[in-house]
Design a binder for this molecule. Sequence first.
Ligand code: GTP
Ligand code: MG
Length: 216
Amino acid sequence: MSLAFPLAPEPEFEDHEAGRLLFAGPVDFIKGVVAMSGLPSADRLEVCFAGRSNVGKSSLINALTGRKSLARASNTPGRTQEINYFALGDNRYLVDLPGYGYAEAPVAIVAKWQALLKSYLAGRQTLRRAFVLVDTRHGVKAVDEEILTLLDRSAVTFQVVMTKADKVSRAERDQAIAQVQGALVKHPAAYNELVVTSSETGDGIETLRAIIATLV
Ligand code: GTP
Ligand code: MG
């Protein structure tokens, strides 16, 4: 395994416990935002989940929070079209973003939500870290590069979370990890660890909870 962008280690006991406790507490849907002016006031830290359409952002939020349908997940790409805010306890937000790279919806609508996504990623002061989800079957694609570059320019630290690990063999998984590691070398805003997850089997979910707990 390469030295750059290794897999996040298993959390230490205390971080694991902090993650478990944080996500065992209340999580409430706050609002769906369709314009920057609709963002909740920036009075607490937040982390967001970005990634191509259908990569598994909403499913990951459901897996993290242990709630089956808190965030609306769907087989239809383009399901999440608003910036959805969830309060995690009293002083943190989890943010589910619309996907990018999806061309099947009406052009004007897609353009609108993509512009919102970009404004949010570039301009949210309380955004502590962007988790950028990458499908383990596909690796980092050209549309991802565009978002990663935007995050570099905006100096928003991002961490890649690989999703749907249950759908590939061990060998395919390792190949995808190597591809992602290669792509991240060019991105100064990339956090130096990856997390491989499956919302289906729960793989990597406890690790990600611990990471979020230490962040916010
Ligand atoms: P948009 O909101 O459209 O951008 O999609 P999204 O990134 O929120 O994806 P969503 O969570 O809606 O998941 C898309 C599809 O992938 C759904 O059919 C999920 O059930 C499936 N899926 C998500 N995560 C996993 C996973 O870890 N394993 C498997 N096997 N399927 C998954
Ligand atoms: Mg979604």
